[in-house]
Design a protein around this ligand. Structure first.
Ligand SMILES: Cc1ncc(COP(=O)(O)O)c(C=O)c1O
Length: 440
């Protein structure tokens, strides 16, 4: 028996379609379906799936390409960048990496263009050879990995590809649910690591609270437990005042856990996606060991690209100024998402979404059991979204609610059209679900 308070609560959490009487609901569904048919007939082709900058945004980095010419000085603090050598990266690029990652320059390696590639190499290394002093992960009967979800599908792919069992952990407004993370890590030695995108997380856009960072650094876990601290959006603020992230290396060092943290980042979304420079930063022991391993398969990374980047972005002040130019492109797009979703869905109780202050994504949740249907309806109306489920390991969103909105690539006009369609698809799906529940 429901109390009157519980009844009132339930009423509050019921969405607008659930509150309609049968006739009203049927009428709404008919009207929404007619709207869908109308949009379909327009033959639109819009894309909200691509988490990359628009071509005009990429162009702001073109001046970097003029930095090196045939008669440029190709040395960096005495290092000849036009020849083999200097595996760890050129001095000025390592200094930038250190400032970026919050570790001394000597605790960094500057590599090719992709941080994802570094993550894969390091994970394969531990898989095959083990964390020094411990059994190779491939020899263990079971290896598990924590995956804050919604999260980044390519992370999940890295561990899945090695045969590691991905365990989802729910994201909260402050980062991964730390009660769950601490409980799992303390009670299960087969959990060997965890992915984290600590600032402007992909896709929720939230930044981990100081408390979350501290708990991750100090919690009890297997001795060869590693956190992949993927700081892909470290400097990607939409506003002058960016979110502040606590330096996890400092906290981890204080409690003797500095080997736990494997930080990566790249300039993919600062200069040129796929043609930037990538950073690795960790404890002295890890950097030494990872460098020795990677050196087996690489004589030296592209130092000319490092030189160009280090001259274009000599310090964090230059990075900040450059990122402010990026924000000029990104802010109107994020504002369009907020405006369109609020106008279309605000107060209906059918959806919630995040309000990031940086990064590249907005995370959107419809009612339980809605995401696949919303995705399909959008697709039928000409809007491509990242597939429903992609933000959970194995594509398994347990409640089928989550969709990732990537607003950065389309023009604002295209984005607004696509968002109107997402709103329409969400309304129709919510109404159909309400009707389905009654029929059941
Ligand atoms: C969280 C995160 N990490 C890594 C990457 C890929 O970075 P890179 O180009 O350095 O491999 C992305 C790209 O979207 C990302 O969102």
């Amino acid at each position: 028996m429901q109390t009157s308070y519980e009844k009132a609560e339930a009423e509050l959490t019921r969405n607008v379609y659930e509150r309609m009487d049968d006739a009203e609901l049927a009428q709404s569904i008919e009207a929404l379906r007619a709207e869908v048919e109308e949009v379909k007939s327009l033959g639109l082709k819009l894309d909200m799936a691509r988490g990359k900058p628009s071509p005009a945004q990429v162009n702001i980095s073109r001046p970097m390409l003029d930095i090196l010419t045939h008669d440029s000085d190709l040395t960096d603090e005495g290092i000849d960048c036009s020849n083999y050598g200097c595996f760890d990266g050129i001095p000025s690029a390592r200094r930038l990496a250190g400032a970026f990652l919050g570790v001394p320059a000597e605790q960094t390696i500057v590599l090719g263009s992709s941080s994802l590639n570094i993550m894969q190499s390091v994970l394969i290394h531990y898989w095959e050879k083990g964390v020094p002093g411990y059994t190779p992960w491939c020899k263990l009967p079971r290896v598990k990995w924590l995956c804050p979800s919604p999260g980044y599908d390519r992370h999940f792919g890295l561990t899945q590809d090695l045969g590691i069992e991905n365990i989802p952990v729910r994201m909260t407004d402050e980062g991964p649910d730390m009660d769950q993370v601490e409980y799992l890590c303390a009670s299960d030695d087969s959990i060997k690591g965890m992915f984290c995108v600590p600032k402007y997380s992909n896709p929720t856009g939230i930044t981990y609270s100081d408390e979350t960072v501290r708990r991750l650094a100090v919690m009890k876990a297997a001795p060869d437990f590693r956190i992949v601290w993927d700081n892909a959006y470290a400097v990607h603020d939409l506003f002058d005042e960016g979110d502040q992230l606590l330096n996890i290396h400092d906290v981890a060092r204080e409690v003797g856990n500095e080997d736990r943290i494997l930080e990566v980042a790249s300039t993919s979304k600062i200069t040129f996606p796929g043609a930037g420079i990538a950073f690795f930063g960790s404890s002295p022991a890890n950097v030494d060991e990872v460098a020795r391993t990677l050196q087996v398969g690489l004589i030296s990374a592209n130092k000319l690209n490092q030189l160009m980047h280090a001259r274009f972005l000599p310090d964090m002040a230059a990075v900040k100024a450059h990122m402010a130019k990026h924000a000029e492109f990104l802010r109107p797009r994020f504002e369009a998402v907020e405006r369109k979703l609020t106008e279309g869905l605000g107060g209906l109780g059918c959806a919630r979404w995040t309000h990031p202050r940086g990064g590249y994504f907005v995370s959107f949740d419809g009612p339980k059991g809605s995401a696949k249907r919303i995705w399909q309806l959008c697709s039928d109306m000409g809007v491509t979204l990242t597939p429903a489920g992609a933000t959970w390991p194995g594509g398994n969103d347990p409640d089928d609610t989550n969709l990732r909105i990537a607003p950065t690539y389309p023009t604002v006009d295209e984005l607004e059209q696509a968002l109107d369609i997402l709103v329409l698809a969400t309304k129709l799906t919510s109404a159909e679900l309400a009707q389905g529940e009654r029929a059941a």
